[in-house]
Design a protein around this ligand. Structure first.
Ligand SMILES: *Cc1c(COP(=O)(O)O)cnc(C)c1O
Length: 475
């Protein structure tokens, strides 16, 4: 399968776009054509385990990786007891046509593990083939950094330099990152805020000589390897929901999904699954108070906000006001026309806005996309309500999804709410919602007590350069 840029031009195969997410013209890598899964194909996939299904689905996109090799990558990514649930992605019914899809069974208790674990294995494989190395340089305010580190730890051809703001993460987040003792993981606590960390990364990345000399790269949410790995659980969730449906009614049995969203990566994978023929009725996008995407899907106007105008909320992983993956959906919306897509992003640069209101009636009709916003009070009320009615405690991000899901539920159509994090990660908010102190479980206690490995550093570009120069891997 060949990949093209949303703004025109070809980019090579899966292995190529795994290493270079962004096209030289600023567009994003997308498959030249999406594969299609027939009803018979889906029945053939039904008995597979999660890693086997991952091999089949990712294999449609990674046609340049031999099947046996790919099977090795997925069995390492989703094997070895890395995920707490045997089935990797467990589904649990919540009543009232709602089902929770457990995407947070991985090592960092959040859905990013689903894609990152595969990406780590795939990167090592491609780098080995090409006799290259990759030094991942990133900045994190908490969650993405730990998912990346847990996926890349212990690899031979990848190292991680992760900047985090000193004293601004929760004890749990610090422990999840800094307790890693692997030699290829470098935690750097910068004296400053998240934006300072991000600026340091930007400055080093714009020095192309330094970047090339040290094989610097990123594993961010526009990486198509991540998007392809996320399609797997949409297929899995549909298969598990229809296991009990009569065989002759299965192929047309529709489900809807509710997706707590930030960078539009997770729900984009749902959009691809639907385009590939999975019977998905509605894709319900949930935002928190940073509701740029809800505004877009209700009005057709995309108006990103600056980081200064992005609120710090109690579902922090969704505090995003510029959705880096949206361009891939807009490309499909505009008939996969690279010129129209490039023109739309040109408009964004000129006017800080894209007006697609002329297409508004197609969002739901053609793509099944609906949206809604959830606030701090909604989050608290939803967590409380789910605990009261089902005994299940959900995390604040999942609560945003569940709140908006409820507004769009249709009788008889299962609404699958994606659980994007575990509540243990957000003990303070859960305590606030339930009015009781949440005691840490044994795993959490052990994690918090583990020795930590982190380097403190002032907000100083020169120091960071020498630190990286001394420790970066070389081919
Ligand atoms: C990253 C993240 C999201 C948002 O996912 P996107 O792919 O960026 O839309 C939602 N919830 C949690 C817990 C996350 O870590």
């Amino acid at each position: 399968m060949q990949y093209i840029s949303t703004r025109g031009g070809t980019l090579g195969q899966f292995s190529d776009v795994l290493l270079e997410g962004l096209a030289p013209n600023g567009g994003l890598a997308v498959p030249e054509a999406l594969p299609h899964l027939s009803a018979a194909e889906l029945e053939r996939l039904r008995p597979l385990t999660y890693p086997e299904l991952a091999t089949e689905i990712i294999g449609l996109f990674a046609t340049d990786i031999p099947r046996d090799d790919l099977a090795g990558l997925t069995s390492r990514a989703y094997g070895d007891g890395k995920f707490a649930a045997d089935e990797i992605v467990p589904l649990s019914e919540l009543g009232d046509d709602m089902t929770l899809v457990g995407l947070s069974e991985g090592p960092t208790l959040a859905f990013k593990d689903m894609a990152m674990q595969f990406l780590g294995e795939a990167l090592e494989y491609v780098l080995e083939k090409r006799d290259r190395v990759l030094n991942v340089l990133g900045a994190t305010s908490g969650d993405t950094g730990s998912a990346a580190e847990h996926a890349l730890r212990g690899l031979d051809r990848v190292s991680v330099f992760m900047l985090s703001p000193q004293g601004r993460m929760s004890a749990f987040q610090r422990a999840q990152m800094y307790s890693l003792q692997d030699e290829n993981v470098h935690n750097i606590a910068v004296e400053g805020v998240f934006d300072d960390c991000q600026n340091l990364v930007k400055r080093l990345n714009t020095d192309l000589d330094f970047k090339r000399a040290h094989s610097l790269g990123a594993v961010n949410s526009i990486n198509f390897g991540r998007i392809s790995a996320q399609i797997v659980y949409y297929v899995w969730a549909w298969l598990r929901t229809t296991d009990e449906v009569d065989t002759d009614a299965r192929s047309t049995f529709e489900v809807s999904f509710a997706v707590p969203s930030g960078n539009f990566g997770n729900i984009l994978s749902g959009h691809y699954a639907r385009s590939m023929g999975i019977p998905i009725r509605k894709l319900v996008l949930a935002t928190n108070e940073n509701n740029v995407l809800d505004e877009f899907f209700r009005t057709g106007h995309y108006r990103p906000r600056s980081s200064a105008n992005t609120l710090a909320t109690s579902s922090p992983s969704m505090d995003v006001s510029r959705a880096s993956n949206l361009e891939r959906f807009v490309f499909d919306l505009l008939g996969r026309d690279p010129e129209r897509t490039a023109a739309a992003w040109h408009e964004l640069e000129e006017r800080d806005e894209i007006d697609l209101s002329a297409e508004l009636n197609r969002f739901e009709e053609e793509f099944g996309l609906l949206s809604g916003t959830s606030t701090h009070d909604d989050r608290l009320a939803t967590i409380r309500d789910f605990r009261d009615r089902t005994g299940v405690t959900i995390d604040p991000h999942t609560a945003d999804g569940a709140k908006v899901a409820r507004e769009h539920i249709e009788t008889g159509i299962p609404m699958l709410v994606l659980e994007t994090a575990k509540p243990q990660k957000f003990a303070d908010l859960i305590s606030e919602a339930l009015g009781e102190t949440v005691e840490p479980d044994d795993d959490t206690r052990a994690l918090l007590a583990a020795p930590q490995r982190v380097t403190d550093m002032p907000d100083d570009e020169q120091q960071l350069r020498s630190y990286i120069s001394e420790r970066a891997l070389h081919a």
